[in-house]
Design a protein around this ligand. Structure first.
Ligand SMILES: NC(=O)c1ccc[n+]([C@@H]2O[C@H](COP(=O)([O-])OP(=O)(O)OC[C@H]3O[C@@H](n4cnc5c(N)ncnc54)[C@H](O)[C@@H]3O)[C@@H](O)[C@H]2O)c1
Ligand SMILES: O=C(O)CC[C@@H](O)C(=O)O
Length: 526
């Protein structure tokens, strides 16, 4: 089937070129209104965005084919991640492609504030030559306070250290070892506010960071501080910043990002010593090429090979690993489906065990596939992406067990569920490392390929039963494709997995239940 991607924001043409090279059909349509986007999004398997497209729940509801949203950039606050996850859509970003560029923009804005460059430029070009009006400050020897010392914060730190600044950072997740490694001093926020001559912000916008530079925090800053925000609007209280600039508590502020974007109007506009840029942090040729190439490769890997890189809502799975894992995922999903169709929703906990060669692989996708198969029997919208989240939401206890040793099979995946009636376990292997086969079902050795339409029958092992079963199916016009049998002991409980051509109507299930010695009949679909 044709795989289609929509690039809905302005992106370097290399993104579209990569999609085409890899055999993905691509449309480029930036500047669509939310309504226009909603009308067309249903045609696409992938959506490649920057910051303008808002991937809301409403848009996702219309995106019935969508499998992946790729953000050519870092922040994913324009994507409703819980809604995407609930719909089984992978959200990926490109976490490093624009970090240097954004760090350089922060440094550029710091210098622009230190020397009032925009105002000096405007005044000079207006023919005023106000040499005495624009007295600046040196950055050498000054203290830079970083709020957030992740990718971008640490690049800013290295540049600032090169400028002979002292760098202190407030970041609760920064380890003391990492602080030493990058040559900065880890401090609490209060201390940073007290000591910093310049403050730059580099955190995501979260419940913890929203308004981190509040009115109260701004009042605690060193008088005459200069502040740069190239991270996210909402980290600074903009009204309080305006007052602090007016009072002189803050000597200068530069914002690349605003609480409301596009920021066409702001009380800060026109304030002396205030500089703004229209969310240009990532806007260099180099960064845009980096993120465009990266997002197109990552999305193609996922759509064509199942490889997952830099996903926000799913564990990683390299494009090299994905083909090796594919037969295991089929096996795992089918084992989940098998159990799900037999025990229904009555599942309290699930243990996924891998043994032998399977234990050398990334287990998360295998577990995701089991859960998708299991829960897919009672939910239409479940897939590998949302299955672990839905399992958690349902309070399902999920356990992963890994046995490096080989048992009877060189590789084995087993699924054990606990229901109100007890524990049930199924297991499967790969024949020739690629063909998934069931090998154990509820304590009985039974070998079967789980595919198409099947019937699961539990009966008392008596002579002549198979003949009666074949006759009943024949009379109902159902052709048997394969017959797979197993039993606990001669004359004890026997299990049959019968592959048939076509669906098995309820009337036939009823007839089979009426055969002598039959204890359970469940039609199955794989
Ligand atoms: N202006 C732009 O165009 C532009 C471009 C790229 C990135 N960004 C934004 O810059 C920000 C930083 O990006 P990054 O790549 O460095 O991200 P990152 O994840 O590498 O770093 C973020 C840092 O913030 C820290 N942090 C989290 N919560 C915190 C808290 N409560 N207090 C202090 N620190 C906290 C984290 O520990 C982490 O070290 C993001 O918001 C990103 O969206 C903006
Ligand atoms: O795409 C952009 O121009 C901005 C990107 C930036 O906000 C990011 O978080 O990566």
């Amino acid at each position: 089937m044709t795989v289609r991607v929509l690039i809905s924001d302005k992106m370097d043409p290399r993104a579209a070129a990569i999609f085409r090279e890899r055999g993905v059909e691509v449309d480029e349509m930036d500047g669509q209104t939310p309504e226009q986007l909603k009308a067309i999004v249903g045609k696409y398997d992938g959506l490649a965005i920057r910051s303008s497209t808002k991937v809301t729940k409403d848009l996702l509801d219309a995106a019935t084919r969508l499998k992946v949203v790729g953000r050519a950039g870092i922040g994913v606050d324009n994507v409703d991640i819980p809604a995407a996850t609930a719909r089984g859509v992978v959200v990926m970003n490109t976490p490093f492609g624009n970090s240097i560029t954004t760090a350089e923009h922060a440094i550029a804005l710091m210098f622009a504030l230190a020397r009032q460059l925009p105002e000096a430029d405007a005044s000079t070009q207006a023919g005023k030559w106000e040499k005495n009006r624009f007295m600046g400050v040196e950055v050498t020897g000054k203290t830079l306070g970083l709020i957030g010392a992740g990718n971008i914060g640490s690049i800013v730190a290295s540049r600032a250290l090169g400028l002979k600044m002292k760098v202190v950072a407030y970041d609760p997740f920064l380890t003391p070892e990492r602080a030493i490694e990058i040559g900065i001093e880890k401090v609490e926020l209060e201390e940073l506010l007290k000591r910093a001559d310049f403050i730059t912000l580099h955190t995501p916008l979260t419940d913890q960071t929203r308004g981190i530079l509040s009115r109260g925090a701004l009042a605690k800053t060193k008088p005459g501080v200069r502040i740069v925000n190239c991270a996210r609007g909402g980290l600074i209280d903009e009204a309080a910043l305006k007052d602090a600039l007016d009072s002189g508590q803050v000597a200068g502020a530069a914002l690349d990002v605003f609480e409301t974007e596009p920021a066409k109007d702001s009380p800060l506009f026109g304030t002396p010593n205030f500089i703004s840029t229209p969310h240009l942090g990532a806007s260099t040729n180099e960064a845009q090429v980096n993120v465009a190439i990266q997002v197109a490769e990552q999305m193609s890997d996922y759509l064509l090979l199942g490889g997952v890189t830099n996903a926000i809502n799913m564990p990683s799975l390299s494009a090299e690993e994905a083909p090796r894992l594919r037969p295991y995922m089929t096996l795992a999903e089918n084992l989940g489906k098998l159990v799900g169709q037999i025990v229904g929703e009555d599942v309290r906990s699930v243990a996924v065990e891998v043994e032998g060669a399977a234990a050398q692989l990334n287990q998360k996708p295998i577990t995701g596939a089991v859960l998708a198969g299991l829960m897919g029997t009672y939910s239409q919208t479940v897939n590998m992406v949302n299955a672990p989240f839905l399992a958690k939401e349902r309070g399902l206890d999920v356990r992963e067990v890994r046995h490096d040793r080989e048992g009877d099979y060189h590789t084995l995946v087993a699924v054990e569920v606990v229901t109100s009636k007890g524990t049930r376990r199924v297991a499967g292997t790969l024949f020739g490392n690629r063909a998934p086969r069931l090998v154990e079902m509820f304590g009985v050795e039974v070998e079967a390929e789980l595919a198409g339409s099947m019937i699961y029958i539990v009966n008392t092992d008596t002579p002549g039963f198979i003949g009666k079963l074949g006759t009943a199916l024949g009379q109902a016009g159902i052709n048997i494709a394969t017959f797979n049998l197993g039993r606990r002991a001669a004359g004890g409980e026997a299990v049959a997995l019968v592959a048939v051509d076509g669906d098995v109507p309820q009337t036939v299930v009823k007839t089979l239940c009426g055969l002598e010695g039959v204890r359970e009949v469940v039609p199955l679909r794989f």
